[in-house]
Write a protein that binds this ligand. Structure first.
Ligand code: 3PG
Ligand code: MG
Length: 396
């Protein structure tokens, strides 16, 4: 890969501007999932150990270019200090005099957090002047925010072109995991794509059929493919206007030697509700008033058999309505099989996307996966084969 890493940079005594993604969920002032914070610790510690001064640049939520106190990054300072085991100072702006004075006062062993970059409307326009203001605060730029790399913003794109730039440890790990899964993977490669809608994952499906050997389609989007095959799905969620597109994907997959796997049996209920009365039926027997909420055990057997034959697995999206028990059964069973195969060294498994990671955490399988991405949108765009601006800017 053609970008520099922290190992290529001279960090001693340097002010290192680190773009991180600490866009973590906060409920009533408490961070409810600190994963993204934990995952940037190696980068921050590496810089501190090398005698550099980490200065963190980040966005938080979508304040739309206005200063909004509830989206101030200041509230994350205690969580960051706990994670880094180092004092974290805070500057109330990411450019300007206050930020400049704070960087000058920073002592070795301390970390500086700058205020939400999106308090400036210029940030999301990839504005060059804003980037120049940020560049004044550092000697080196390190991008560790893979999960924001699909955004061409001042702090992720323009800034990378103004200072000696490198990828942080998390960025490196994310790119290496994805490259291993889709770039030059060990075959056979299987992708699991689930979720509600075909329309939001069209480009993804189009790219994957050229790259993977098996494509397992689950969740609501599988229903659209069933409709395309002339199967009645009753009241199930399906995009009936997308059936032509689904039929095209099926035809293209056949031409490119990719096997598309759709449910063989279905779990059907009358209501979209946890513990709704339900029955397991062959896929072509969904009653008129029925709603498909999960794949059945025969489908799971087919899927896990494919996992056993595979060397690489990339997973985005649940197989059923995983947020409603017991309609998480197919997702859980398949995830646990992937975890087993990974643990015994037979499979490299990579997963990403907000819902996906929530589903894999709930199943207890996540910690055995080879790699769990911190990214949602960026993971999807990478899987779609798109160039991520934040990564491309490091490659110059
Ligand atoms: C995310 O949470 O997915 C990233 O931080 C990107 O946030 P955004 O979708 O608001 O750009
Ligand atoms: Mg997002």
């Amino acid at each position: 890969m053609s970008w520099k890493t922290l190992d290529d940079m001279d960090l001693g005594g340097k002010r290192v501007l680190v773009r991180v993604d600490i866009n973590v969920p906060v409920v009533d002032g408490t961070v409810t999932d600190a994963t993204r914070i934990e995952r940037i610790v190696p980068t921050v510690r590496h810089i501190l150990a090398a005698g550099g001064k980490p200065i963190l640049l980040a966005h938080f939520g979508r304040p739309g270019g206005e200063r909004r106190e509830n989206l101030s990054l200041k509230q994350l300072v205690p969580t960051l200090e706990g994670a880094f085991g180092a004092p974290v100072l805070f500057a109330a702006d990411c450019v300007g005099t206050e930020a400049e004075l704070a960087t000058e006062a920073l002592q070795p062993g301390q970390v500086l957090l700058l205020e939400n970059t999106r308090f400036h409307a210029a940030e999301t326009k990839n504005d060059a002047d804003l980037a120049a203001g940020m560049a004044k605060l550092g000697d080196v730029y390190c991008n560790d925010a893979f999960s924001a790399a699909h955004r061409a913003h001042s702090s992720t794109e323009a800034l990378a072109r103004l200072l000696p730039a490198c990828a942080g440890r998390l960025m490196q790990a994310e790119l290496e995991a994805l490259e291993g899964a889709l770039g030059a993977p060990k075959r056979p490669v299987t992708a699991v794509v689930g979720g509600a809608k075909v329309s939001t994952k069209l480009e993804l499906l189009g790219n994957l059929i050229n790259k993977v050997d098996y494509l397992v389609i689950g969740g609501g989007m599988a229903n659209t493919f069933l409709v395309a095959q002339g199967i009645n799905v009753g009241k199930s969620l399906a995009e009936r206007d997308m059936q032509g597109t689904a039929a095209e994907i099926l035809a293209k997959a056949e031409n490119s030697g990719c096997t598309i796997v759709l449910p063989k049996d279905i779990v059907v209920a009358q209501k979209f509700e946890a513990h709704a009365p339900h029955q397991t039926l062959p896929t072509d027997q969904c009653p008129e008033d029925g709603m498909i909420l999960d794949a059945g055990p025969e489908s799971v057997a087919v899927i896990t058999d494919i996992f056993s034959k595979s060397q690489t697995l990339i997973w985005n999206g649940p197989l059923g309505a995983f947020e409603l028990e017991p309609f998480d059964a197919a997702t859980n069973a398949a995830a646990l099989k992937a975890a087993d195969l990974t643990r015994s060294g037979q499979l490299v498994s990579v997963a990403g996307g907000g819902d996906t990671v929530a589903a894999l955490n709930a199943s207890g399988a996540a910690h055995d996966f080879s790699y769990i991405s911190t990214a949602g949108g960026a993971f999807l765009e990478w899987m779609e084969g798109k160039t991520l601006p934040g990564v491309a800017a490091l490659e110059q």
